[in-house]
Write a protein that binds this ligand. Structure first.
Ligand SMILES: Nc1ncnc2c1ncn2[C@@H]1O[C@H](COP(=O)(O)OP(=O)(O)OP(=O)(O)O)[C@@H](O)[C@H]1O
Ligand SMILES: [Mg+2]
Length: 287
């Protein structure tokens, strides 16, 4: 072996890097992961499940009033990273999150942060609609009651109605508010969960594949809703549908094997991706 190749091997040994199945190097994030005056940001984020690392040094800003889409192959860490942003990983005992994470510049992992209050500010909608076994009314009122957001019954009634209107569900359920939430169709249940999330007036809404179980009509309703919601909220959505990412988001983040490979404005990601791995994924060569 020549001296130069030994030097090269030594350099590689010092600088851990990941190569994927296509032998493409993953080293840092290309594109524009940072913005001025972000709503949320992460620096040097690693996540481990016991001793298995699931997220590697993610650095990302999420802008105010944007919809950012998070895409990538199954198991690449999208849900894990999303859960970092509202400390849902705290509920998984073997999960350990490192790095700095802020909401309006405030450390969300600081000792004095109450995760329950944080989750009111950074709400979440899951892949599988998960209404509580309560009435439609009580589902929406749940967080408002927990956080004392309404002074009396009539304020609570108004809040429930306003949240259901914003979630595009009110007309369909206005005569059935005392019926169980679990009796609604899948698409209605998902809009109920969105109403529940927005009833506590969050600043950020995290959505993990919110329409993957829905038909195209229910999906279109939720996509329209997201577009309206972004006037008041910041939204991060994980999706396996590239059409959906292209339709709803302004920026797109591509994850691969726990690494944040590329972040760019959505048009760039889908028409002129910077990284080979992003290109492979969006052209269907992977995942
Ligand atoms: N609760 C858990 N305990 C142990 N390992 C987990 C847990 N949740 C996720 N992982 C692991 O972390 C890695 C990333 O998983 P994650 O669920 O974040 O991927 P994903 O990109 O959301 O995938 P999908 O598109 O299939 O939802 C995977 O290797 C997964 O096995
Ligand atoms: Mg997931």
């Amino acid at each position: 072996m020549s001296n130069s190749s030994i030097e090269k091997n030594m350099a590689n040994a010092e600088k851990p890097e990941t190569r994927d199945e296509f032998n493409v190097e993953i080293d840092g994030t290309v594109g524009s992961p940072f913005v001025d005056n972000p709503k949320m940001s992460s620096r040097n984020c690693d996540v481990f499940y016991a001793d298995k690392q699931a997220i590697f040094n993610v650095n990302l800003d999420i802008a105010k009033h944007e919809i950012i889409a998070m895409i990538g192959p199954s198991g690449c860490g999208k849900s894990t990273y999303l859960r970092v942003l509202n400390r849902m990983n705290d509920t998984i005992p073997i999960c350990r999150v490192t790095g700095e994470h802020t909401l309006d510049g405030e450390d969300i992992y600081a000792k004095n942060q109450d995760p329950v209050l944080l989750r009111a500010r950074v709400g979440m909608v899951f892949q599988k609609p998960n209404p509580f076994p309560k009435s439609i009314y009580d589902n929406v009122a749940y967080g408002a009651r927990l956080h004392g957001l309404a002074a009396n019954r009539s304020e609570l009634d108004d809040l429930v109605e306003a949240s259901l209107i914003k979630a595009g569900l009110f007309k369909e359920v206005k005569d059935d508010l005392l019926k169980p939430g679990t009796g609604l169709s899948g698409g209605q249940q998902q809009r109920l969960c969105i109403a529940r999330a927005i009833a506590v007036d969050p600043e950020v809404i995290l959505m993990d594949e919110p329409t993957s179980a829905l038909d195209p009509i229910a999906t279109a309703l939720i996509e329209e809703l997201m577009d309206e919601l972004k006037a008041n909220y910041t939204i991060a959505i994980v999706t396996h549908s590239m059409q959906q990412a292209a339709r709803v988001s302004q920026r797109t983040a591509y994850f691969h094997m726990g690494h944040l490979v590329e972040v760019n404005d959505t048009k760039t990601v889908f028409t002129n991706p910077e990284h080979k791995l992003t290109e492979n994924y969006i052209t269907g060569r992977f995942g």
